[in-house]
Write a protein that binds this ligand. Sequence first.
Ligand code: NAP
Length: 519
Amino acid sequence: MPGGGNFLGSSLNRHAGASSIMSRLMYIGGDWVKANTGALTPVYDPSRGEVVDQVPHGTKEDVDKAVDAARTAFPGWSRLPPGDRANMLLRVADMLAQRSSDFANLESLNSGKSIKQTTDYDVPYTIDNIRYLAGASRTLEGKAMAEYVADGTSAVRREPIGVVGVITPWNYPLMMVAWRAFPALVMGNTVVVKPASYTPLTTLELATLIEKAGVPKGVFNVVTGPGGEAGEALARHRNVDMIAFTGSTEVGRRLSELGAGNVKKVSLELGGKAPFIVFEDANLEAAAEGAVVGGLVNNGQDCANATRFYVHASILEEYETMLVDKLRKVQVGDPLSPKTDMGPLVSEAQRERVEGYIQKGLREGGRLLFGGERPKIEGHDGGYFLNPTAIFTENHASSIVQEEIFGPVFTILYFEDYDEVINKSNEVVYGLGSSVWTRDVTKAMNAVKDLRFGTVWVNDHVPVPSEMPWAGYKQSGHGASLSAYSLEEFTYIKHAYFDLTGKARKSWYYQVYGQKDSQ
Ligand code: NAP
């Protein structure tokens, strides 16, 4: 069925009975195909806990086919001038812009994100990411060609790596394809994408645009299937040259091991545990507003979510009151309603995991300030909703301070001086996002320097323009997404050396035979 990934109309019919649930196909070598076994995996609407779609249950055999297709397409694609590749991907961005509301609906339906967020952030930002990456790929230049030794001149080339396996998480299904597959593509690599099993729909839908944009067969492939099968097969594959992974630290560690077989490059964007530091001189209203957004963006399932709120002891009480007042006003509900601020978590397993952390945090000495319960949302009895939750704790070793919860949980702590708060902020295994709230420029500049995180925001929390790098320290991974740095990530570096003398005997050959003065 050509273009068979395109079942958008049916997917949006959430009240369809099981008999009318459509099954999708995956995109391999320019064809829309079933899994080798014919098996299907259900896809859920997390706001109701109902099956809305089915996708192929891809396994090793399907990955093998996709890698073969990507390998075959590589020579042709990699030899195209950058402008030709960029123009095709710009067409994808244009088509995505034309269908932005379809994509926003589908992403909200499948992931539970609020329609406000997918309409005004996920989809337009993804379009901007693609446009930036396509344009920036044409601006890359080498360093000057220069004579570093007497007899020759040297130049640096950047060349594509080959076949890249892209494994994405469920929290930004569409955007993470833009962040990881698109820089690979514009730099001349071919890709096999394995989307998260909870949220494969917008990735398959994006493949229909890639097909329409005229991207040659085999350049972009999608294999849906479980991480433990399709994902592992991709990571182990001897004909895959690089894995670009965004997901949990635990799986990232596993992929580093699996990739070692053929020493493939493994680029890892992993978990986070962002500190949010409120100094005594901060604009408290701004710091409270910023906390709600920093903590709840993406329903609290963002690797950069503000999670550890270090508040100066002198303003702790006032700040807690302000924050809880604002959390009380957050509208939890149907993700497709424009009034909703926060939708459900992505799955029942995720909700139970977050609730487990709340209970553990309380057992480990925390005091509940707000939330903790499951709200009743009319018409959404089976949905995986959880109210925003705030817990105060003095126990810095507590799991809610040290571990990634990935849910709408605010852990409030206090501090008394600068060194203490910087040390505590750095005292976790993660190093992705962080923010400081202060009116004192010197303090802000010092914090930017002292915090061991890939991003430090000052008086805000969340913005990452397409032109700037998004990167981790420590167990948050390595490598960069977005910016020109992400383009380099998907290249090998090559030294080209040219003899300038035209002579048979170069000045340094005496080191191997002959005499120095015999030149
Ligand atoms: P995850 O459990 O690590 O899964 C991510 C992807 O890896 C999914 O496609 C998953 O497939 C696949 N996978 C799982 N086990 C695998 C294995 N053994 N071999 C190969 N692939 C495997 O992460 P998630 O729960 O989807 O996403 C949340 C995590 O992503 C959080 O830790 C968050 O901080 C992180 N994240 C980081 C960034 C960043 O920029 N640093 C951005 C977004 C998210 P299945 O879905 O089939 O299990």
